[in-house]
Design a binder for this molecule. Structure first.
Ligand code: AR6
Length: 169
């Protein structure tokens, strides 16, 4: 059984086996949680990302996929980078957002991670409405078979925390 926990705060301050990054396809950094993870985790994470771009992911990491690197100076063993979809009013991309959680947990299982911290993927710069992002995140984690014992959603502000809390009861 996977336990779901909610925390309000900065994911770069968390201690976990794996911390998930809401990255972009380039894997080379950005704003939001991605910027924060690279800032606090230090240059080792970017060095690993560059290696991935030079090998398996020459064209970048596709939306909905996940890949692991070192966690550098973070209090974790790995960062799992996943690329959420940008929210679209014209097209339902929910399956891609669900895939981010499924694929991240699959990578976590491959690594042997037992505790995994997630941000609200796509719900910042990529514009996904928070309530719907929370629904997809919680439903997908509940439906995914994984050896991960604890999934911790680390929500940056109270609005995000409340959206996730509303899905947990
Ligand atoms: N800890 C926890 N949550 C955070 C933190 C933090 N330190 N910082 C922001 N959030 P976003 P996206 C929240 O924009 O929407 C980047 O440029 C934030 O409030 O980080 O998937 C990437 O490189 C929001 O609720 O990710 C991509 O280009 C959630 O994390 C793009 O942004 C996700 O917001 C990805 O956009």
């Amino acid at each position: 059984m996977t336990t779901i926990r909610l925390v309000q705060g900065d994911i770069t301050r968390e201690s976990a086996d794996a911390i998930v990054n809401a990255a972009n396809s380039s894997l080379l950094g950005g704003g939001g949680v991605d910027g924060a993870i690279h800032r606090r985790g230090g240059p080792a994470i970017l060095a690993d990302c560059r290696k991935l771009r030079a090998s398996h992911y020459g064209k970048g990491l596709p939306t909905g996929k996940a890949v692991a690197t070192t966690a550098g100076d973070l209090d974790a063993r790995w960062v799992i980078h996943t690329v959420g979809p940008r929210y679209s009013h014209e097209e339902d991309r929910s399956h891609l957002l669900a895939s981010c959680y499924r694929e991240s947990l699959r990578v976590a299982d491959e690594l042997g991670a037992r505790t995994v911290a997630f941000p609200a993927v796509s719900a910042g710069i990529y514009g996904w409405p928070m309530d719907d992002a929370a629904r997809i995140a919680v439903e997908t984690v509940r439906e995914t078979r994984t050896a991960v014992e604890e999934v911790r959603f680390v929500l940056f502000d109270e609005t995000a925390y409340r959206a996730f809390a509303g899905r947990i009861v």
